[in-house]
Design a binder for this molecule. Sequence first.
Ligand SMILES: [Fe+2]
Length: 347
Amino acid sequence: MILETITVGGGCRSYVVGCPGTSVGAVIDPEISAVERYKGIASRHGLTLRYCIDTHTHADHFSAARTIARALGAQVVMSHLSPAPFVDLRLDDGDMLLVGDLRLQAMATPGHTADSTCLIAHTSGGDHVFTGDTLLIGGTGRTDLPTGDPDKLYDSLFGRLLKLDPATQVHPAHEYKGREGTTIGEEIKTNPRLQKTDRAEFVAMMRALDIKAPTHLTEALRVNMSGAKSVAQLLGEAASSVPFMSMTELSARLAARQNDLIVLDVREREQFDAGHLPGAMFLPRGQLELRVNDAFPDPTVRIVAVCEFGKISTLAAATLRSLGYMHATALDGGMKAWREAGLAVEK
Ligand SMILES: [Fe+2]
């Protein structure tokens, strides 16, 4: 089995696995910022990724399963219990995926989330299990996030996962301390949470954990459950669809007084009144679409959108481009940077 471990953002682990004989591969728990890395690793091994598997609905990072699957013509794979509408292939307990000659068998292990699924691979080099957040090195997934259930986690661990061959290599979806690997037997012996073998004690321990919520909890759940965009993706797409103008360039053009472009300030009224670029036109982002026809009868006019930090102006320029204003651009930076650079401001 080809097996590559990819660590993203300090603690999220994902895996590229593959069959060397058939060049078929799969990615497990991919994260959005590492899309090009997975593709690069797959091509380094000559693998075609056929499956993009999420072991569960992640609450702490943005899944790349759909992005990669759509780019490569692969299938998004998750449990039948996943709420995500874009899953191509839904697994029941015991179902098996054929990754070339490699077999990945699903074991439903609810607890961290209702849709948590582990994947077991029997290979000539020994057994492996991809545990998602059901079992971590020296820990377990939390059970206090949506659909978590400590009772079910107890059953999934003690009733199922820990009954695998003790030599089975464990590959979790998180590892924050950089530890390389572990086995089922090693975890049974040393994992502090697994020492609570009594159900009531285990459940009480899980309920008593006081872990702070993941940084992007609501946004990650929204994105992973719907397949829609994160705010960062939305901004990234807008930024790649428009050209920008540097502060130096715009400043020089304004000083030359050629009157060949419109500086469009898309902030709110108070911000505009407190100081704007010389000659800037005021049209807040919220009213842009409804007022463009009157504001800009000529679609060939050159417009430079400006806001406070350079993000809303990027969205505004992208909107203008999509409406046919083919010379719309955004200032690279915002009024904050403009003021800090000591450039001309008028009130
Ligand atoms: Fe998780």
